[in-house]
Design a protein around this ligand. Sequence first.
Ligand SMILES: Nc1nc(=O)c2c([nH]1)NC[C@@H]1CN(c3ccc(C(=O)N[C@@H](CCC(=O)O)C(=O)O)cc3)C=[N+]21
Length: 281
Amino acid sequence: MADVLKGNIVANKIKEQIKKDIQNLKQFNKIPRLAIVRLGYNPGDISYEKSIIKNCDNVGIESKVYEIDENIKTEELVELIEKLNKDNEISGILVFRPLPKHIDEDVIRNVISPKKDVDCMHPLNLENIFEGKIDGFAPCTPKAAMEILNYYSIPLEGKNVVIVNRSMVVGKPLAMMLLEENATVTICHSRTKNLSEFTKNADIVVVALGNAKFFDESYFTEKSIVIDIGVSLDENGKLSGDVNYDRVLSLVDKITPVPGGVGSVTTSVLLRQVVLACKNM
Ligand SMILES: Nc1nc(=O)c2c([nH]1)NC[C@@H]1CN(c3ccc(C(=O)N[C@@H](CCC(=O)O)C(=O)O)cc3)C=[N+]21
């Protein structure tokens, strides 16, 4: 039976520190505030949003959701973000991604103020991640995966890590963070041939496809450490990871569950970065 790497414990530890930091900020009359920009009703976005609102209330961060029609033009979204940039009441801005296809994400990335960029989408902040600098904002999801590996003392130096995701939100920044810890990193994606040969030969497999229960036991061995970043709905409308958890649990060495795994830590990492943004205002 695999060890289950629960995210809740890791998230709680981060939240305790956040509460202390928020108490300190009060002395300077500073309250952290997060603006969440959501276009449409993507299940991953909704799930994340619920978790963010609940946890913000819990630690003392104010949050406000800007629910926007998904047919909005790029220029109109730019206007909204510029307004939020100027608003001194707002410490951090989170724009859910991926954005609808007609929106030019490259324009949006460049508009968001680097000082309020709590999910690290601006090129200036991302560059720090690619340079191996760790003091500023990081993309919350890959940072959460790193927090879990660190909390459970999983060695990374010289280990073979296979990531199945090549996005700028997950795969690419995660690869940079793992390289910083001296792991050997392979990024796989939809065109990779013989995917299971890569995953079976890895010490650690990180998956983020958004394809419920895609990875069954044929992708792993009894030595596999599996980090499941996928969030989607299964055939019964239940929140599910990319891994067929029930079938894989008895085979692998360690695994993160969904829900209760990386997602819960992602939320805490985001809140920590909202507090950081507030401190730096
Ligand atoms: N710019 C951007 N950055 C993201 O990091 C990002 C995004 N856009 N768009 C959507 C996806 C999805 N995502 C989740 C994070 C946490 C939970 C989470 O906390 N889930 C809880 C369960 C909550 C529930 O029960 O619904 C858990 O896994 O335990 C879910 C989903 C971040 N994403």
